[in-house]
Structure formats: C-alpha cells, structure tokens
Design a protein around this ligand. Structure first.
Ligand code: ADP
Length: 253
C-alpha cells in the first residue's frame, strides 16, 4: 500500500532575489522522485507563480491586481521549470489549478479526486496551486498553507509536509528570540496560537506561522498529521520520510 503525502513549498523557499530559486527547485524535485521510489505517492502544492511572472514583467507586487496578472504570466513558466526538472528523472508532472471554493462543493471535490487518483496511479506528480488570477484568497493571505491542508484531507493523504523558511515550530519566534526552543512533537494547539488577526496588512498572519498552525489544527482534528521542516535544507524531511528518523522539524499529530 502506497503512502500518500502532500508536500507544500512556500514562495520564500522557491524564490530568491525576486526570481525562481532553480537549485532549490531541483533539490525538491529530486526529493520527490526519491520518495516515489520509496513507495510514496506525492502531491505537490507549489507557490511561486507570482515570482516567476515577475521575471518577465516587473509590475508593482504591492497591488493585488498586479499579483493576479503576474500569477497568470508566471504559472505556465513555473510549470515549465518543473517539467524540465522532473524530466531529468523521467517523471511526468501535471498542473491542477483550483479555485478557492472547490472544497465547498462535494461534487467538485469528487471530480478532482478522481483526476488526482488517476494521475497518481499512473506515476504522475500533480502540482497544485490556487488559480490566483480568479480567486485571490491565498494570494492575499495564506500562501497556500490552508489550500495544502484541504488538499491533504480531501484527497486522503496521511501527512502534509510543509517546507518553509523556518525549520520547525518554536515556543516563540526564533527570528526574534535567540532562546526560542524547538517543539519536536505537538499534539494540541492553544486557541491563542491559532488566533492572529486575519487582515491582509497583518505581516504576522500573512503566510507566517499562524496559517501553518491552523492547517496543523485542521489536520489533527481530522486524524491526519503535519510535518513542518526547512525547505532550504531538505535533510530533516529526508531523514523523517526515508530513514524514519525524527531529527529536526516539528511533527503535529
Ligand atoms: P513560508 O513562506 O516558508 O511558508 P513564512 O515565512 O510565511 O513561511 O512563515 C514562517 C515564519 O514564521 C518564520 O520565518 C518565523 O519568523 C515566523 N514565526 C513566528 N512565530 C514562530 C514560531 N513560534 N515558530 C516558528 N516560526 C515562527
């Protein structure tokens, strides 16, 4: 029985100096192909369309409408980069774009699941993103953290792996406090950890740790797990998934 997992990679990991970080993308693609050999079925949720679009047309990204336009320009470029890298390993990848309300409709979820199942059965890696040109929720807030939790739950993955610019969840923000301690395993989240004000202008809640904790909470409530680890250095996630050793990263279970 194959183990189905979802890997979500955020835009901080996938971009560098306003463009796509190709080396990191290649490392991620290599990890996914390794996991496929270890009997994992991998669904990838990838940000990065806006950054890819920006390499072609440098519009002011502070405006939501420009980010929508950049996503439209960048999404095919992003997929082309993935296709080139997966081709090195003889793996086919595919693009699945969702509008934010797809999970509100049982009918749409059912159709989408049939397609995802079929892709996976054929060894193809589905690369999911929100259709940021028409539904701006994750573009404004969330950076696909919530989308990836829904993908994991509704498409029946046992684990969501979030690859972030932070290597774990700490008892306080490690970028602000030197004495922050990593929490290796978390099985319950407090209400206050899940509540940060949800406004597009709130730096903390945009992407950030709160949407990750909300995703973890959603998955734990539905009997699934989440692993948060570094997307810059894939050794912790590789150790956890392949060697079954929990060295770094946080497991929410
Ligand atoms: P990504 O773009 O990689 O998905 P974000 O940068 O949006 O991730 O969110 C991770 C950031 O959240 C970290 O860089 C860190 O500064 C911040 N953060 C705040 N509180 C915590 C905490 N308790 N543990 C870990 N990171 C935290």
């Amino acid at each position: 029985m194959k183990k189905r997992i979802v890997i979500k990679v955020g835009s901080h990991v996938l971009t560098e100096n306003g463009t796509i970080a190709r080396k990191r993308m290649l490392a991620l693609v290599e990890l996914i192909t390794q996991l496929k050999e270890e009997d994992y079925e991998v669904i990838l949720v990838s940000s990065g369309a806006v950054a890819a679009g920006y390499t072609q047309l440098p519009l002011d990204r502070a405006l939501v409408e420009n980010r929508q336009a950049l996503a439209a320009i960048g999404q095919p470029l992003l997929l082309k980069m993935y296709q080139e890298k997966f081709a090195i390993f003889d793996v086919i990848c595919s693009q699945v774009l969702f509008s934010s309300d797809v999970f509100d409709s049982e009918k749409h979820v059912k159709h989408a699941k049939v397609a995802i199942d079929t892709l996976l059965e054929n060894g193809v890696v589905p690369i999911i993103n929100e259709n940021d040109t028409v539904s701006i929720e994750e573009l404004v807030f969330g950076d696909n953290d919530r989308l990836s939790a829904h993908v994991a739950h509704y498409f029946d993955a046992e684990l969501l792996v979030i690859l972030s610019d932070i290597d774990a969840f700490y008892d306080k923000d490690p970028n602000q406090y030197d004495d922050a301690k990593r929490r290796a395993i978390v099985s319950k989240l407090e209400k206050k950890e899940l509540e940060a004000e949800h406004t597009p202008n709130n730096e903390f809640a945009t992407g950030g740790i709160v949407t990750k904790l909300q995703s973890a909470d959603f998955l734990m409530q539905h009997g699934r797990e989440m692993f948060l680890a570094s997307g810059f250095d894939l050794s912790d996630v590789r150790a956890y998934l392949i060697e079954e050793e929990h060295v770094g990263g946080t497991l929410f279970k």
